[in-house]
Design a protein. Structure first.
Length: 473
């Protein structure tokens, strides 16, 4: 009798499909037991699939996470069912694909809509029973305390946590909730503060970095890295948000196409039913998640990415044998809301490292004088032998006052060429001849590369139609 009960709870794809179809019908028929589905942020099919798994893996275990797991038959049954859905070393279950056969009958629109989708069940005592769960807040005060089990978010109020992967709909997460036995601090199983104290090989089962594990939604590591790269380059999270929207639409079209290819007898879900009006985070919310991760200290080295960047900049020294280049930029500052409209930068010439960076209200040197003085006082060496600016010789006295009278103030090469070209009449017949002569004053082509380019042009290798150019051409 016990074995048959366990087997009934360990559903294969066909049994799961049958159970899901039954619950979807009861929900659509207005069964009161499933009215909670209407309040779910996830599509009804996903919410009911989570319900089936939650019922099947039901079990009882000690309140304290420090206690060993029970040795009773009932608990072993629950653990066996849990490991049927979530294999040892994993907290993710993927709903397997099934093609219709004579035994299965026509494809089920409900089950097909979740085919290939995953669900995560995060209960660290079931996943890694040997790991001790401690309170992060107490640990910061050098106090040792254990966490106590509460209910999962789904068993408590039928809620599922959204994990965005960037490849379609959000992945639903069932979470165990914990409470500290001393300070009563509460943690979700995917809380960054809890993940940070777990060994890396354990917490990596949940594919989110601790610095991104906060707020009302999470981003997978791959999606978070894409966001970080985009923010570093363009400071534009809207692009990532729009990309996620497009992926959701494409996932529906792909699911619809594979469903119709199986000669179904029932209509497929509408796009509204498939998405249930659950959309990816806006660009604003993604930027907030990125900013929170940038200032989070839940890193391996226990200080934030912003602090690390500041320390790296502060560690750059410039000696008498080095050159420095300063500039005021405008385009980059436009991506930062609520900040002054200009950004001042100072780079070390030999290594191209950023030495100083600040938002300023104007290009007046009075805006940067305090920063330059503090840089000289706070670093081992900060006395460049030469400084390139785009407005030299203006403010030459200022730069020599800061860095010494023997420092040379030079005009940047680009601005030197631009000042000359601004005085040349481009309508003059000698204009291009003048440009060639001016070019020879500033730079020349690398001889070997120039020779290879000429050979390629003469042999027609760079032409779409294979036309070969002569020396005269």
């Amino acid at each position: 009798k016990t074995e048959s009960t366990v087997d009934h709870r360990k559903k294969d794809a066909a049994e799961f499909r049958k159970e899901l179809d039954k619950l979807v019908k009861l929900y659509k028929d207005g069964e009161k037991e499933y009215e909670w589905v209407k309040e779910s942020k996830f599509p009804a099919e996903i919410a009911l699939a989570a319900h089936i798994i939650s019922v099947d893996v039901r079990h009882r275990k000690p309140l304290s996470t420090s206690q060993e797991l029970p040795d009773s038959e009932k608990f072993k049954e629950g653990l066996e069912v849990f490991q049927h859905y979530f294999k040892p070393g994993s907290c993710t279950h993927t709903f397997s694909s099934r093609t219709s056969s004579s035994e299965d009958g026509p494809p089920s629109p409900s089950y097909h809509s979740i085919t290939g989708e995953s669900i995560i069940y995060l209960d660290w005592k079931l996943i890694a029973p040997e790991e001790k769960l401690h309170c992060h807040n107490c640990a910061c005060g050098n106090v040792h305390s254990e966490l106590m089990h509460e209910k999962t978010n789904f068993s408590h109020n039928k809620k599922l946590f959204p994990l965005w992967t960037g490849s379609g709909r959000a992945t639903p997460v069932i979470l165990m909730n914990y409470k500290c036995e001393l300070c009563n601090s509460r943690y979700k199983a995917n809380d960054g503060e809890l993940l940070a104290i777990l060994p890396a090989h354990i917490r990596s089962m949940y594919p989110v970095k601790p610095v991104y594990a906060s707020g009302q939604f999470h981003l997978t590591t791959d999606l978070a890295e894409d966001l970080a790269e985009n923010m570093m380059t363009y400071a534009n999270a809207d692009v990532v948000s729009k990309r996620m929207y497009k992926k959701m639409g494409k996932s529906y079209l792909s699911s619809l196409e594979t469903y119709l290819s199986q000669r179904p007898t029932a209509d497929y879900l509408t796009v509204d039913d498939y998405l249930n009006h659950q959309f990816p985070p806006s660009g604003k919310r993604l930027k907030e998640a990125y900013d929170a991760a940038s200032t989070s200290q839940l890193t391996n080295y226990r200080y934030s990415r912003d602090e690390r960047s500041v320390r790296e900049i502060q560690s750059v020294n410039i000696s008498k044998t080095d050159k420095a280049a300063v500039d005021w930029t405008f385009a980059v500052a436009k991506n930062y809301y609520g900040m002054p409209g200009k950004m001042f930068t100072m780079n070390k010439g030999s290594s191209k490292e950023m030495a100083l960076l600040a938002f300023v209200r104007s290009t007046a040197v009075s805006q940067i004088s305090h920063m330059l003085i503090q840089a000289r006082l706070g670093r081992k060496e900060f006395t460049p032998g030469a400084t390139y600016t785009d407005i030299a010789p203006a403010n030459e006295d200022f730069w020599k006052l800061i860095f010494g009278a023997d420092m040379r103030v030079l005009l940047g090469l680009f601005h030197l060429m631009k000042r000359i070209l601004d005085t040349v009449d481009h309508r003059c017949q000698l204009y291009w001849e003048c440009l060639v002569m001016l070019q020879s004053c500033f730079y020349k082509y690398y001889d070997e590369d120039l020779e290879l380019l000429l050979v390629a042009l003469k042999e027609g290798l760079l032409s779409d139609d294979g036309k070969k150019l002569s020396d005269a051409d």
